[in-house]
Design a protein around this ligand. Structure first.
Ligand code: FMN
Length: 357
């Protein structure tokens, strides 16, 4: 039972969204990742790129409706443009949560039809919904009725037992008929019977051609490609066939990659000129989170990749890993770790220098 269904209103949330009611650009996106794309990671990502569209971790409709809504939807204004990813399949609940997304200031609401874990399958959440296109269409239609935000779907190219091109097209057509204009396609099937979520991100082969085929067949839809993308060169290749790219693991393990995005994909100046500056720019945020009682280790685990492959990067990681969990650990742990990495001249680390790496 859903009490106090939020009403769809023309007026946007009081929170000032970066896109101010306009569609966010999806040319370059960071994927939703449970436990990884937390508010703390997203803040770091935003220090590195203003234009990258960020996605939250998946939040289930059940958690939002029956749990601590404020806690699940909490984010910092600095994180915009920001999309909320929902997990669920009940149309009424999805509508309720889509309206909440708007009220809390998100720029987009996305439905997860790609996650293969058993836990979510039992609740009809995630990739198993690829087998129920009508249900997804009903959910999407209800979400669109409940909000003015763009409603998007992140999906696989199939699941075991429904692996044909025709079935993928049937899925996309039904969901597009319900009003969805944007499809984010992870370019591999999910094998629901027998593979773990991690294996399902590695074992089924990537079929980028299928995602290109969707754009070719449905040129009016916005098609974003996801899965296994690591370099800007690869992004450029995909952008020749699709409208946008979404990176997951690489953007997490090597966040400095994001520092090249604004220049390379948006023709803007870089948001950060060095890793040191980007991290220093986070200090006030880290201090305010510490003051709110957030444990340092919760934030610093997302910083560990920042000096990936850099001289001193290991010492940085080790110092944080060994000290951030200690009782009372504060910002000084990050300052000490930062001092262990030689600060290079800005030009040496400027994003354009590694933009095509
Ligand atoms: C730790 C982790 C958690 C993930 N959680 C989600 C999630 O909550 N929702 C979702 O749609 N996909 C999730 N994914 C899948 C990613 O969004 C993405 O589709 C996948 O990692 C493939 O992209 P990549 O090769 O660029 O990492 C997760 C992936 C990882 C590694």
């Amino acid at each position: 039972m859903i009490a106090n269904q939020p009403q769809k209103t023309a007026a946007k949330s009081a929170t000032s969204r970066a896109t101010a009611g306009a569609e966010p650009s999806r040319r370059f996106c960071v994927a939703p990742m449970m436990d990884w794309t937390t508010s703390h990671y997203r803040y770091l990502a935003r220090m590195l790129s203003r234009h990258t569209l960020l996605y939250t971790e998946m939040v289930t409709t059940g958690a939002l409706i029956h749990g601590d809504t404020e806690r699940f939807l909490r984010h910092n204004e600095a994180e915009y443009p920001l999309a909320l990813q929902l997990g669920g399949s009940d149309a009424r609940e999805l509508a309720h949560c889509a309206a909440l997304a708007e009220r809390f200031g998100f720029d987009e609401v996305n439905l997860n039809v790609g996650c293969p874990s058993d836990r979510v399958q039992n609740n009809m959440i995630g990739a198993c919904l690829m087998g129920h296109p009508d249900k997804v269409a009903d959910g999407v239609r209800a979400m669109i009725e409940a909000t003015d935000l763009p409603v998007t779907v992140k999906h696989r190219i199939g699941i075991d037992g429904r692996e044909s091109w025709e079935e993928l097209c049937e899925f996309v057509e039904k969901v597009a008929d319900a009003g969805c204009r944007t499809f984010i396609a992870h370019a591999r099937i999910a094998i629901l019977d027998g593979l773990s979520p991690k294996e399902n991100r590695e074992i089924p082969p990537l079929k980028y051609d299928w995602v290109y085929g969707l754009k070719e067949k449905y040129p009016d839809l916005e098609i974003i490609i996801n899965g296994g993308i690591k370099t800007f060169d690869e992004c450029h290749q995909h952008l020749a066939h699709t409208d946008g790219v979404m990176l997951g693991r690489e953007a997490y393990h090597n966040p400095w990659l994001l520092a090249g995005v604004d220049q390379v994909f948006f023709g803007d100046t870089p948001a950060a000129t060095s890793r040191h500056d980007a991290l220093r720019a986070m200090f006030p945020f880290i201090e305010s989170e510490l003051a709110r009682g957030v444990y340092l280790g919760h934030m610093t685990r997302h910083l560990l990749g920042l000096f990936h492959g850099q001289p001193g990067g290991r010492r940085f990681r080790r110092h944080i890993s060994e000290n951030a969990h200690r009782p009372g650990a504060g910002l000084e742990v990050v300052e000490q770790a930062l001092a262990m990495v030689p600060e290079q001249a800005a030009e040496e680390t400027a994003p354009s220098g590694h933009a095509m790496a």
